[in-house]
Design a protein around this ligand. Structure first.
Ligand SMILES: NC(=O)C1=CN([C@@H]2O[C@H](COP(=O)(O)OP(=O)(O)OC[C@H]3O[C@@H](n4cnc5c(N)ncnc54)[C@H](OP(=O)(O)O)[C@@H]3O)[C@@H](O)[C@H]2O)C=CC1
Ligand SMILES: O=C1O[C@H](COP(=O)(O)O)[C@@H](O)[C@H](O)[C@H]1O
Length: 508
């Protein structure tokens, strides 16, 4: 997390080099670091996949991603060309052990060229089913055993369910030391997410009211406008629960709900988060329908464009029962949170791209204003907006100017953009630097991963045993299926509309 100097010479082997994650996030992040002079003085990046690319075609393909997704873009100043000289493509099937000599050859050549042993990073940006075979094949490479200089990064979801996550942890621990394993969850690299800890534990103001006595409920939304686009292959084996809830959303929930850490030691923070996961009330298979809602998007019109239904996407089964939307109500059984509901929801092809955590406080115990003042009366709340804007806002009641006493909710805002001149780094920039520098603070420990699988397994099992009968059940551009509104309305609440408008959200 502390980035003051350049990382050591590094080689990055990216399995999934022809995939979406590499295209949209990893290469743009590495290029941003390069432009900001944060990459090592010597480095090489190798994308690995079965698709056919020459090095030149591969670089052209990645450049399109830079133009669309990098915050540094390609300014035509030659930065891309010099960066791209360090990027190559290795075409092979990662399940074929005999192909891994290509990796050894690259390492040997670069060691000679650099004159030192570089850090070797194996980044597994592939579906979880492929991770075990890659790890076993890597085990055959002599370089894997150089404890100091070799690291493996495993993308989420880590495993496919509790059992496979457990087996994968065992397998990896037989091949690598724990400090060589980086289980990545890129939400932990986002600035606003890290700032939750600063907000809660560096201010004496909020912590005294951060509990069941003052907080009514908490909402976490991670909505996306994109569909699964070219990722049908991966998504059919995943679904929204595994893709977003098991990892990103439960991590956000942990940051909001954890007890104060005694220090910022990586293990101390992980311990406190694991305590939260272990305290989440078990949803029984029989009660899942009262706590969880699933959905799948239909085809239709969205933002002036016609879009396919999920079932019409590439590599998706025509009768697929995979959910592209999930909403769940959790409870945390401990002294701080007993009986406070945590409502979470995520989905593709929804109304807006927005990620936010809303902490909604209990209403004032007595309303001493005249009734007519109460027209826009709402509870206080604190909202951590992660996307599209990174900000934190405290919402409270104020008197509207005028002769009458009318109450009106207003915001106190902290906006990253206004406060700091420096651009916010992308999550993957922070995390990739951490891997090169060998800092695992923002990565997941094995027990954390297994604890979060335990939380969602009953939902997965219940949904598997009862195929959905109403899919597709939400229109593109909507806020998901109607049952999602009902889930929260049953408790007398409603989802806060996102993304939040600049200053005025007087309708809410
Ligand atoms: N996309 C995103 O925004 C994010 C994705 N992730 C995670 O990253 C992982 C990958 O996701 P994503 O990139 O979207 O998926 P994609 O389906 O786009 O990419 C999958 C990649 O795996 C490669 N692959 C599959 N089988 C083999 C094989 N036998 N040998 C070699 N390569 C193979 C494919 O290459 P080829 O077909 O050429 O062989 C492709 O490069 C997932 O675990 C996902 O959860 C995490 C955060 C964000
Ligand atoms: O991990 C994933 O995250 C992305 C959303 O990430 P964000 O940083 O853009 O919010 C999601 O699209 C993808 O399906 C999932 O695998």
């Amino acid at each position: 997390m502390q980035h003051t100097k350049k990382p050591p010479y590094s080689l990055l082997f990216i399995f999934g080099g022809s995939g979406d994650l590499n295209y949209r996030k990893l290469i743009p992040a590495l290029f941003n670091l390069y432009v900001d002079q944060r990459m090592p003085d010597r480095f090489a990046i190798y994308g690995i996949g079965r698709s056919e690319y020459t090095n030149d075609r591969y670089r052209d393909h990645l450049l399109k991603g830079i133009k669309e997704f990098s915050r540094r873009k390609d300014k035509g100043d030659g930065a891309w060309e010099t960066f791209a000289k360090n990027v190559s493509y290795l075409q092979f099937d990662a399940s074929d052990a005999s192909c891994y000599t290509q990796i050894t050859d690259c390492i040997t050549a670069k060691e000679k060229e650099f004159g030192v042993t570089p850090i070797v990073i194996f980044y597994l940006a592939v579906a979880p089913q492929l991770v075990p075979v890659i790890a076993k094949n890597l085990q055959q490479l002599p370089s894997c055993f150089q404890r100091e200089s070799t690291r493996i990064v495993v993308e989420k979801p880590f495993g496919h369910d509790l059992q496979s996550a457990h087996e994968l942890n065992l397998l990896l621990s037989n091949i690598f030391e724990e400090e060589q394993i980086y289980r990545i969850d890129h939400y932990l690299g986002k600035e606003t997410v890290q700032n939750i800890l600063a907000f809660r534990f560096a201010n004496a103001l909020f912590e005294p009211i951060w509990n069941r006595n003052y907080i009514d409920h908490i909402q976490i939304t991670a909505s996306e406008t994109v569909g699964v686009d070219g990722r049908g292959d991966y998504y059919e084996g995943s679904g929204a629960l595994r893709d977003m809830v098991q990892n990103h959303i439960l991590q956000l929930l942990c940051m909001i709900a954890m007890e104060p850490p005694l220090s910022f030691d990586a293990n101390e923070i992980r311990n406190k988060k694991t305590d939260v996961l272990n305290a989440i009330r078990k949803i029984t298979r029989e009660s899942v329908h009262g706590f969880a809602v699933r959905g799948q998007y239909a085809g239709g019109w969205m933002m002036g464009k016609q879009v396919k239904s999920y079932r019409q996407e590439d590599k998706v089964a025509p009768q697929s029962g995979v959910e592209t939307f999930a909403a769940v109500k959790f409870y945390i059984d401990n002294w701080r949170w007993q009986d406070v509901p945590f409502y979470v929801r995520t989905g593709k092809r929804m109304n807006s791209k927005a990620t936010a955590i809303s902490v909604v406080f209990r209403p004032a115990p007595v309303f001493s204003f005249p009734q007519e003042a109460a027209e826009t009366w709402r509870s206080n709340r604190i909202i951590f907006s992660i996307t599209p804007e990174a900000d934190i806002r405290l919402r409270f009641q104020a008197k509207r100017p005028g002769t009458a006493m009318t109450l009106n909710p207003v915001n106190m805002m902290f906006k990253y953009k206004d406060e700091y001149e420096v651009a916010e780094p992308e999550a993957y920039e922070t995390l990739l630097l951490d891997v090169m520098e060998g800092d695992a603070t923002l990565f997941m420990r094995s027990d954390q991963v297994e604890a979060s699988w335990k939380v969602i397994m009953p939902i997965i099992e219940a949904w598997q045993s009862r195929p959905p009968i109403d899919f597709p059940n939400y229109s593109p551009g909507s806020w998901g299926p109607e049952d999602s509104e009902a889930l929260i309305a049953r408790d007398g609440h409603n989802w806060i509309t996102l993304p939040l408008a600049g200053k005025d959200e007087s309708n809410q």
